[in-house]
Design a protein around this ligand. Structure first.
Ligand SMILES: Cc1cc2nc3c(=O)[nH]c(=O)nc-3n(C[C@H](O)[C@H](O)[C@H](O)COP(=O)(O)O)c2cc1C
Length: 187
C-alpha cells in the first residue's frame, strides 16, 4: 500500500446550526466543527467557532446555545446562515423557533433534532472558541421516530465534507455495531 501525506483532515459530519440570542435578537450560524464529546452519563457536545462570529457573543452572553440538526430539505437555509453574519444581517426570521425549558437559546422548529445546551467550558484555541455544552434537553420530530427509536432515514441529516465544501446525504445501513466483529473474538 502506498500512502501520500495530506494537509486537510476532513470527514463527513452532520452539519449543525447553532442558535443563540445576542442583545435580545435571535441568530443562527452553520457549523461543520461540531461533535459529540460524550453521550453518557452526561451528554456533552462542542462547536468550534471562529472568534469574530456574532454567535460567540450570544453564547458568552447567555451561557446557553441551541444545536439544531437540519435535514437535507433545509440545505438552502443552512448554507445561507453560514454565508452571512449577524453582525450585519438580521437572520432572526430565517427559521421559526421554540424554547425548551430555558429561554436563553431558541431551537429551530423545522430541524428534526434540537439540543438545548448549557455552556460549561470555553476552550481558547488560536482564533477559535471551542464551546463545550452540556445537553440539557433533546427534541426530535415525532414523525422521525419508528417503533420508539430515532429513524435516521426519516431524519435525513444534511452531511458535510469541508475539504471539498460539499453536502451529502446518508447512505444505507451496512452492519450492526458491536456485532460485526464478534466472530473474530477468540473463544
Ligand atoms: C458549510 C459551512 C460550515 C461552516 N462551519 C463553520 C465552523 O465549523 N466554524 C465556524 O466558526 N464557522 C463555520 N462556518 C461559517 C459560519 O457559519 C459563518 O461565518 C456565519 O456567517 C457566522 O455567523 P454569525 O457571525 O452570525 O455568528 C461554516 C459555514 C458553512 C456554510
Amino acid at each position: 500500500m502506498s500512502k501520500v501525506k495530506t494537509k486537510v483532515v476532513s470527514f463527513p459530519v452532520p452539519i449543525c446550526i447553532a442558535s443563540s440570542i445576542i442583545e435580545g435578537k435571535v441568530n443562527f450560524a452553520t457549523y461543520g466543527c461540531f461533535g459529540l464529546l460524550a453521550p453518557r452519563p452526561i451528554p456533552y457536545v462542542y462547536i468550534g467557532s471562529v472568534e469574530p462570529h456574532y454567535t460567540n457573543i450570544g453564547i458568552k452572553e447567555n451561557g446557553y446555545f441551541g444545536i439544531n440538526i437540519p435535514s437535507v430539505d433545509q440545505i438552502k437555509e443552512t448554507d445561507y446562515v453560514g454565508l452571512v453574519s449577524g453582525h450585519n444581517t438580521d437572520k432572526s426570521n430565517v427559521f421559526k423557533t421554540f424554547f425548551g425549558k430555558v429561554d436563553k437559546a431558541p431551537l429551530i422548529e423545522d430541524c428534526p433534532i434540537n439540543m438545548l445546551c448549557k455552556l460549561i467550558k470555553t476552550v481558547d484555541l488560536p482564533g477559535r472558541d471551542i464551546f463545550i455544552g452540556e445537553v440539557i434537553e433533546t427534541y426530535v420530530n415525532q414523525e422521525c421516530i419508528t417503533d420508539g427509536k430515532l429513524d435516521f432515514k426519516k431524519i435525513n441529516p444534511l452531511l458535510f465534507t469541508s475539504a471539498n465544501a460539499k453536502y451529502w446525504e446518508l447512505g444505507n445501513i451496512i452492519g450492526s455495531a458491536y456485532k460485526e466483529g464478534k466472530t473474530m473474538i477468540q473463544p
